[in-house]
Structures are given as C-alpha cells and as structure tokens.
Ligand binder design. Structure first.
Ligand SMILES: [Fe+2]
Length: 369
C-alpha cells in the first residue's frame, strides 16, 4: 500500500488492483484511530470536529503509515485501518424482491436450538431477514412467552401500552381488529407509534381452525412496481404526509409520514399502510384527489388478490419475524367453531436487530466509519 500527499494536501492511498483513493484531510482527521482523536473503547470522537480548521492539510505521509497534518498533529495509520478505508462501508446485502410464488423452501429459516448453539446461524438468519424482510424460526417452545427465547438472542423487546408480549387471538370486546376472527387486510403495524415498531415477532401456539393463513406482501417490491408503472402515483405517495392515529380510553397515539418513504438517495426505506388508522389531513381537494388515486393504485398491488401476495400457514412452534418497515402482513379469516388460532406477538426495535446483525459480522469492526 502506497501513501502520497496530493497538491491540495489530501492523502492518496494506492493498493494493488484498486483505483487510488483520495481521502479528505478533515474526513481523515475525524476518524483517526488515535487515542487523542477517538476514545479507544467506544470509538467516540474527543475533538470538536466543527472546530477543525477548514484549510487543514496533510503535509507528509511516510512508508510506515505515519502522516502529519498542517497543524503539526502526527499519527500512524495501521495497515488494517487503511485496508478498511479502501473497502469503505460494508456492502449492503441487497434486498431480494419476491412475490406470491416464493417457494416455502426459500424462506430464510432456522431452528431455535441451532440459533442458540451457533451465533453464525443467527447471523445468517438476520442476513436472510434483511434480504427478504422476513424469517421463520422453528422449534420455539409452545409456552405463552416462548417467543422471548428467540427475542432474547437479539435484544430487548419493545414494550407498548399493550404490554410486552400480546395475544393475537379472538376475544370478546376486542380493542383491535387483530383480536377477532375477521380476515385482516395487508397492513403495517402501528404507524401511529413513534418510532414505528421495527420488527414483529409472531409466535404460533395453535392454528387448527379453518382459515387463518398468514399473508405477506413485499412492500418494497410493490413500491418498485408502482414507481416503474405509475411514477406520478409513486411520487404522490412519497410526498404526501399522512397522519395515523389510535385513540381509546387509555391511549392517544399519533404519528405521521408518507405511505412510501424514500431516503436522500431516492431508495425506498419504509412503507406505511394501515387502513384502520390512516387519517389524512384536510389537504386541498386537488391533492387529496391525487392521493386517493395513488393510494388505490398501490392497494391494487398489495391487495389479497394481487399476485404479490404470499400465503402460507404458520404451524405451532413456528415464529415469523417480519420487517415492519417493508412488509405488509395480514391473514385470511378463520372460523372459531372449527378450532382455535392463538398467536403471541411482540416487537423489536430496528437498532436492536441491526446491532445484533452487525456484531455477528466481526469484519465490520475494522471499518473506519
Ligand atoms: Fe398486524
């Protein structure tokens, strides 16, 4: 690896087989693996970055990795750190878009016993979750809180006003349509919460009534189709801020956001769809007209009759983990007279899941950013 200083005082790193990489002196300074810059234990910055002189330059680079800055600060860059800088951010695994034809054998899945025994198996499951937006865990105890045995491998569950692990079964005086035998249209959970729950863990205890199959739709796939076939509708859903509200005697929960949310790079990062709780504001009628047409176009893509809908039956002892920012989930109606359907559900925040996944990829620890 060769280090050179450019005319502008930037550091140029050249390694065999790779394009030369030019590092901005301030970018470099902010990330230096030096105890005077970053706390060695937490990696947190000790210097106030905004007070770094904006005309800072690299003035010298030695063969052994020692570099000197124009304010006199000098440090030695380890070769492994430089290699990490060249690789950059870990490559995103990429989302695999799927539809209703996805074969059951292709589902990301693992047995709880294997996940417990082997962290690498958990890492692969979380990679599969990231790629497909869902994963199935088998061999989960049929206890009321059996799902926690899997959740505990990842992180703390998200408690809500309904508690930690909640029943999903038909009950009298249900406070949510989930707890009736009614079919459930595809939806994302609780977009009225802040933050919106990141992942749903649905643990099946019994499922022997007629009906009650699970349905899933890849919302990112649906959004990609809408973007391709009806860009105006896509744009409307991305740019229209929608309110979601849940209100009963004990809670008034409200949050807002677009049905399709994109990041600064234009990539779809979150789907919100909750017919039960969507309460759009009183926008000008022309905007509402465009919104209703766009919402109808998106609904046609995610509706139960759409070829994007994947339908399957959860078995007792299985747990379905779903990305609530990507998937729409639902179920077919069921008949209580023919048996019972009892699921237990809890949430995990996105940072807990992301953290576990990153920690199971030790190579990431070398990344300078
Ligand atoms: Fe739900």
């Amino acid at each position: 690896m060769d280090l050179q200083v450019t005319e502008q005082g930037r550091l140029q790193v050249t390694s065999s087989g790779a394009e030369p990489l030019v590092l901005h002196p301030i970018w470099l300074r902010e990330r230096l693996p030096d105890a005077a810059v970053l706390d060695p234990r937490t990696g947190q910055r000790l210097e106030e970055a905004a007070e770094t002189p904006t005309d800072l330059r690299v003035t010298a680079a030695e063969l052994d990795g020692t570099i000197t800055f124009s304010d006199g600060f000098a440090t030695r860059l380890p070769a492994a750190w430089l290699a990490g800088a060249i690789i950059g951010e870990p490559a995103h695994g990429g989302h695999v878009h799927w539809d209703g034809t996805l074969d059951h054998a292709a589902f990301p899945a693992a047995d709880l016993a294997d996940l417990r025994r082997d962290p690498a198996t958990l890492g692969r499951l979380l990679d599969g979750l990231d790629a497909y937006g869902f994963a199935v865990v088998r061999g989960v105890p049929l206890d009321m809180d059996g799902g926690l045995e899997f959740a505990d491998l990842i992180g703390p569950i998200r408690r809500t006003n309904w508690g930690g692990v909640a029943d999903v079964k038909a009950i009298p005086n249900a406070y949510d349509l989930t707890m009736t035998p009614r079919h459930l249209e595809p939806h994302s959970d609780n977009p009225y919460r802040e933050p919106v729950p990141g992942y749903i863990l649905l643990h099946c205890l019994t499922n022997d009534a007629d009906g009650g199959d699970s349905t899933l739709v890849d919302g990112f796939h649906a959004a990609a189709i809408l973007r391709r076939d009806n860009p105006a509708a896509f744009e409307t859903l991305v740019t229209t801020d929608v309110t979601f509200r849940y209100h009963d005697e004990t809670a008034f929960l409200e949050n807002h956001g677009p049905l399709i949310e994109c990041n600064g790079a234009g990539e779809v990062v979150q789907i919100r769809y909750s017919n039960r709780t969507e309460m759009i504001g009183r926008l000008p009628v022309e905007r509402l007209e465009a919104y209703y047409a766009a919402r109808a176009a998106f609904w046609r893509l995610i509706a139960p009759s759409s070829p994007l809908t994947l339908q399957f039956r959860l078995q007792p002892g299985e747990l379905l983990m779903m990305d609530n920012y990507r998937l729409l989930h639902g179920r077919t109606g069921y008949t209580l007279a023919t048996g019972s359907r009892h699921m237990r559900q809890c949430y995990l925040d996105r940072d807990s899941v992301g953290s576990r996944r990153r920690l199971l990829q030790p190579a990431c620890l070398l990344q300078p950013a």
